[in-house]
Ligand binder design. Structure first.
Ligand code: C2O
Ligand code: CU
Ligand code: CU
Length: 543
């Protein structure tokens, strides 16, 4: 494995900028474009699956009437079975990719957008130069070739643009899709499959009177993160899922820019959670509601076998307190938010509806997915008691067991910071160097320490780390935040493998993360995409 030094990275950037290419031509179905390769496929990599993905502008019929201009990724299978790709035609969703653990994948990414871009495989454990770091962004007319083996266990992963400063806008325009991995262990469980295995991508968007996407983020909206006026599921407004009287596996993905969901069934049936970001849990767990932040995934098992044909059930997002009430100084003002239509942002300068520009404020109560039982069907509806074994990581095995790496989360003025720093390429600090093949104890502090960091503007931050999945060790909350925290505290799934952890105001979340196999740059950042673009993103260098 190559070590990427600062110098080498600079050279890579230069290389990418020059667009050195073998000028191999691939036909494009949208229009004949010759794409120039910025990197070469390796001769000794024999892919089981090879897919060409082309990013283009497109117009799709999301609503009746005028079509919506979006950025669409369209895939074409070069090698591999037809089941590996579903282009999700007619929506802005990028293709759904279905891979198996152990498969060698080559993805040929052509950029035909009027902007530079790069895709990142969220949750996958791949080499640094295959991870879609912003430094690999390609311009219109260029091609980036990804080659990696699927090392991850079965799970619901996804992929999206990771372009410096414009990730939020690009994801919003359509550059995000699902990447589902299966493996033998999972297959042996005979969980609901085929029509009974349903991915549900949750997103919010705003449209103008011509059905065009609206993405205008002024000052305060950028600090809070973009919030759309309506919910789309799998890229469709007014989504209804027809089901049979069977048990289903529902794979929920929060693909929103900044919106956090507090998921619950509207008839108070508990949520049966079978999986999270990095795949299945050891055994099913029940929750009254579950928090799902941008970048997080959740697998639910839901049995409709006792329901009557014609009945309906809705997955809702319930009310919760978005910002903290426990702060001091500027937060002041005591309890202002807490429900209903206004004042969702809590106390002080963030309160009073000042930031609730969306007609669907964050933390309000609204329907997400409507499910309608449409037919009777017989079949096996039993939920296995044991899912897949997970080895618990041990704090004592961490290279820094006695000295956790603390990352403070803060927002001030027009910046969102990690340990007081903003994102910059080529800016690795000593505390961002991690030895390869080490286990690290990391804590995300969002105002838990009582310092002014989190207190100035206490906001939720879904913290995501590239590379291998991690485990959550503990979640603590500063007493001052108890009130606001009570509205979310029963909704955290702490077990299983994770790549994104929601850190609420006043919280400190401690994780154990392995940094195995691959050297190079791996990012850590807030997955509120407006925060990410505001600079709440940094690189670790693994060496
Ligand atoms: Cu899903 Cu670095 O991102
Ligand atoms: Cu990621
Ligand atoms: Cu954030």
């Amino acid at each position: 494995m190559k070590t990427t030094t600062n110098l080498q990275r600079r050279n890579l950037l230069k290389y990418a900028a020059l667009g050195i290419a073998g000028a191999v031509t691939y036909p494009s179905w949208a229009q004949a474009v010759e794409f120039a390769r910025v990197n070469a496929p390796s001769a000794d990599f024999l892919p089981d699956v090879e897919i060409e993905l082309t990013m283009n502008t497109a117009d799709v019929a999301i609503f009746t009437g005028e079509k919506t201009r979006i950025w669409k990724i369209t895939g074409k299978i070069i090698t591999g079975p037809s089941g590996v790709l579903d282009n999700n035609e007619g929506t802005y969703l990028a293709p759904t990719l279905r891979f198996k653990k152990g498969q060698k994948i080559r993805l040929i990414l052509n950029n035909n957008l009027p902007a530079q871009s790069i895709l990142h495989w969220h949750g996958l454990h791949v080499p640094a130069n295959m991870d879609g770091n912003p430094m690999y962004a390609i311009k219109q007319g260029e091609t980036y070739i990804y080659e990696f083996e699927i090392l991850n266990r079965a799970g619901t992963y996804f992929y999206h643009s990771h372009t410096h400063g414009v990730t939020a806008r690009q994801v919003y325009s359509g550059l995000a899709g699902l990447l589902i991995v299966s493996d033998d262990q999972e297959q042996a469980l005979n969980l609901p499959s085929g029509d009974l295995d349903v991915p549900l991508v949750l997103q919010d968007r705003s449209f103008d009177e011509h059905n065009q996407l609206v993405y205008s983020v002024h000052r305060m909206q950028r600090m809070q993160g973009f919030l759309g006026d309506q919910i789309l599921v799998n890229g469709r407004p007014d989504f209804v899922l027809p089901v049979a009287t069977r048990a289903y596996r529902l794979r929920l993905v929060n693909g929103s820019n900044s919106r956090i969901y507090k998921l619950a069934w509207d008839d108070d049936t508990p949520l049966t959670v079978i999986g999270v970001d990095g795949g299945l849990l050891e055994s099913p767990e029940q929750y009254p509601y579950v928090m799902l932040a941008p970048g997080e995934r959740l697998e639910l098992w839901m049995d409709f076998s006792k329901r009557t044909v014609g009945s309906e059930l809705t997955l809702r997002s319930l009310q919760f307190d978005v910002a903290a009430h426990g702060g001091m100084g500027m937060m002041g003002g005591g309890r202002m938010g807490g429900g209903g239509r206004r004042g969702m942002m809590g106390g002080g300068m963030m309160g009073g509806g000042m930031m609730s520009i969306s007609t669907l404020p964050s933390g309000s109560d609204y329907p997400l997915v409507k499910i309608r039982v449409t037919k009777k069907e017989q079949g096996n509806n039993t939920l296995p008691k044991a899912l897949t074994p997970i080895t618990a990581l041990q704090v004592k095995n961490a290279a820094n067991a006695a000295n956790p790496k603390t990352i403070t989360l803060s927002m001030r003025h027009m910046s969102a910071l990690l340990n007081g720093r903003s994102y910059a390429m080529n800016d690795i600090q000593p505390d961002e160097i991690i030895p390869v093949n080490s286990l690290q104890l990391i804590e995300f502090d969002n105002g838990f320490d009582g310092g002014m960091h989190g207190m100035m503007m206490a906001m939720p931050h879904p913290m995501h780390l590239h590379g291998e999945q991690f485990q959550i060790i503990k979640r603590e909350v500063n007493l001052r935040f108890n009130d606001s925290h009570a509205s979310v505290s029963s909704g955290f799934v702490q077990s299983g493998w994770k790549d994104t952890a929601l850190v609420m105001p006043g919280e400190k979340v401690t994780i154990l993360k392995p940094f195995n196999d691959f050297k190079g740059l791996f990012m850590y950042h807030c997955h509120n995409l407006e925060h990410e673009d505001l600079g709440m993103m940094r690189d670790f260098i693994i060496n």
